[in-house]
Design a protein around this ligand. Structure first.
Ligand SMILES: C[S@@+](CC[C@H](N)C(=O)[O-])C[C@H]1O[C@@H](n2cnc3c(N)ncnc32)[C@H](O)[C@@H]1O
Length: 288
């Protein structure tokens, strides 16, 4: 069965959030997700920062990151700046300004993010099918490059391929499940040019990562899951959603006892690196 068919079926168990993914600014997205305690980019931040520190060969060298499913630049805001998810909820959530237009908000945000202290030396390219979200993130200065693409349905344009050859690290939070091995297939020829990029994906336990890991292995990658750790993505939207997700997990042979059964959608972390005898084991690499 292709990943896409399986993921489409699995997605039916989850509440549909599509209406907040492609607005002219992040206020509706953050209002909706604040209600559900969406937290995964905050849990991902320290792990991505460790990988970035590891990939930075010289102090102050810029690390090039490609964020899949970048949305309004959430991971970019967290990774470049000393900001947390609660800070972003305060900035864009229920307390956000309501009397400004999306354009005014983007302009204010550009000043806001520009004036924060010492941004990390990270260049962030964001890819998302949501054109308006990507445009906002670029306008606010969070993304250094925005790619409004759906690689499930379209190839990577030639000029973009060139841009992605510099990428050191591919990140994603909350995106695998919407994207399948097809999207990875389409970026792999670019991100493996020269020094192949690493990939760090936070993936709901609902979505098997096998097909993507298999594809990556064809390009010389080894994928490891960070064992013994789960990360809260968000609360279930309703009892119905929880029941459907639990049923779906059980059908896949994944035991939700003490985990999703307690009320949250949970993700795991997969790191894919070029096979090498000198690779430090994932647990040691990510140890504090
Ligand atoms: C749950 S949101 C996660 C956004 C962000 N990474 C975060 O954690 O806040 C899922 C994102 O995947 C994007 N998405 C859905 N299908 C996609 C596709 N085929 N290609 C690229 N992005 C997609 C949506 O537009 C949305 O921005």
């Amino acid at each position: 069965m292709s990943g896409e068919v399986a993921f489409e079926e699995i997605n039916e168990a989850k509440a549909n959030m599509d209406h907040v993914y492609d607005q002219p600014d992040p206020r509706a997205y953050f209002r909706e997700l604040e209600r559900l305690g969406y937290a995964i980019p905050g849990h991902a931040k320290p792990i991505f920062l460790k990988l970035i520190a590891h990939l930075r060969r010289r102090p102050d060298e810029t690390v090039h990151v490609l964020d899949l499913g970048c949305s309004y630049g959430v991971n970019a805001a967290l990774l470049k700046h000393d900001l947390s998810m609660p800070d972003l909820y305060e900035h864009w959530g229920a307390q956000a300004l309501t009397d400004v237009t999306p354009e005014e908000l983007a302009e204010r945000d550009r000043d806001f993010f520009d004036n924060l202290d010492d941004p990390e030396a990270i260049e962030m390219i964001g890819l998302d099918q949501a054109e308006s979200a990507v445009a906002f993130a670029e306008g606010a200065g969070l993304l250094d490059g925005g790619l409004a693409l759906n690689l499930e349905n379209e190839p990577l344009p030639g000029q973009v391929r060139e841009e992605l050859t510099q990428v050191d690290l591919v990140t994603s939070t909350g995106c695998v499940g919407y994207v399948t091995e097809k999207s990875f297939d389409r970026i792999l020829p670019a991100i493996t040019q020269g020094q192949p990029a690493w990939l760090g994906n936070f993936v709901l336990r609902l979505f098997p990562f096998d097909a993507i890991a298999d594809r990556l292995s064809e390009w010389g990658y080894v994928t490891e899951k960070l064992e013994g750790r789960t990360f809260v993505q968000r609360r279930f939207e309703s009892e119905e959603e929880q029941e459907q997700v639990i049923e779906q997990l059980r059908e896949q042979g994944v035991d939700p006892t003490g985990l999703e059964a307690e009320g949250h959608l949970l993700a795991e972390f997969y790191l894919s690196r070029p096979a090498s005898p000198t690779n430090i084991p994932i647990e040691r690499l990510l140890a504090a």
